[in-house]
Design a binder for this molecule. Structure first.
Ligand SMILES: Cc1cc2nc3c(=O)[nH]c(=O)nc-3n(C[C@H](O)[C@H](O)[C@H](O)COP(=O)(O)OP(=O)(O)OC[C@H]3O[C@@H](n4cnc5c(N)ncnc54)[C@H](O)[C@@H]3O)c2cc1C
Length: 264
């Protein structure tokens, strides 16, 4: 069902009313919502209105014993909670990239119903919408990410990851939390981890990143992980397919030259 309305901006109070009407009308039992800021607010408000169960940021959803079961990462990535719904409807939010898109199957058909809903206008007012300051980076869609952490001594040194990223197809630079949140050397759209962006590139290169669980939580689904760290005991090596123990200031330029030589 596509709900049509005259609402001009997102307010979860109003959107959730539309959902309530659409769910009652269609008898929908499972409601899947994207895990972005609006989606999470909408899901929890909807669960309140419908007195329904809700799992936020689910990483796996399946039927078990005929009941919808959802998994989510808890304790900063140290455990997985498996939660089962005992009532209906079931509300689940799913972060982007958790599932790969299915191949198009022409045999599957369905009916799209368009319906206009009118809901009571919320008394809350949006006074100002301000765009976040960004570096125009989209780490979530990147196929190759070169990331930097506190192992970098100065802001200018980040050019070392920039250079490696630009010789690799993809050209995307990521970072750990301290680089974006504390030092503000890069904008927050580069920030990867539990409280930053969740990424799933084919290749993730982590330079000068210790590999704390909160960082791993954002990049653990990456294809191949390469870690560069001068500490052989660094946690990041436990999550890496290839580990280079050494000084990033020596290794990064050599790696950039080697890639240049190999792929031109
Ligand atoms: C609630 C919460 C949420 C959080 N969310 C996030 C998140 O989303 N993302 C995130 O990244 N963090 C997050 N953190 C912070 C996290 O716990 C770590 O503090 C952070 O990831 C550490 O960043 P780092 O690895 O860059 O720095 P450090 O832990 O300081 O590691 C620097 C590494 O660089 C290495 N190094 C130093 N010099 C060199 C050199 N010359 N060559 C090679 N290696 C070198 C060191 O051996 C060290 O391993 C969160 C924390 C909390 C409490």
């Amino acid at each position: 069902m596509i709900a049509e309305s005259d609402l001009d901006s997102f307010k979860s109070e109003e959107y959730s009313d539309i959902f309530v009407n659409a769910i009652k009308e269609t008898g929908a039992e499972t409601i899947l919502i994207g895990s972005n800021k609006n989606g999470k607010e909408l899901a929890s408000r909807l669960a309140g209105k419908l007195d329904a169960g809700c799992v936020i940021d689910s990483t796996n959803v399946y039927l078990k014993d005929k009941k919808l079961t959802a998994e989510r990462v808890v304790y900063s990535g140290n455990a997985i909670a498996v939660e089962q719904f005992n009532s209906k409807p079931n509300i689940v939010t799913i972060p982007s990239k958790v599932f790969d898109p299915m191949k198009k199957d022409e045999k599957r058909t369905g009916e799209i119903i368009k319906k206009k809903f009118t809901v009571e206008k919320s008394p809350s007012k949006i006074l100002k919408v301000q765009d976040m300051e960004t570096g125009g980076v989209n780490v979530e869609d990147a196929e190759i990410i070169v990331s930097c952490g506190r192992g970098f001594k100065n802001k200018d040194d980040i050019k070392l990851v920039d250079e490696l990223a630009s010789v690799l197809k993809g050209k995307t630079v990521g970072c750990s939390r301290p680089i974006a949140a504390d030092l503000k050397w890069l904008s927050e759209d580069h920030w990867i981890g539990l409280s930053g962006h969740k990424v799933k590139p084919k290749l993730y290169i982590a330079a000068g990143i210790s590999g704390q669980i909160q960082h791993i939580a954002g990049m653990r689904d990456s294809g191949i992980v390469v870690a560069i760290n001068k500490d052989p005991e660094a946690l990041i090596f436990k999550s890496a397919d290839y580990g280079i123990v050494g000084d990033l200031y020596e290794i990064l330029p050599k790696l950039t030259d080697a890639v240049k030589e190999k792929i031109g």
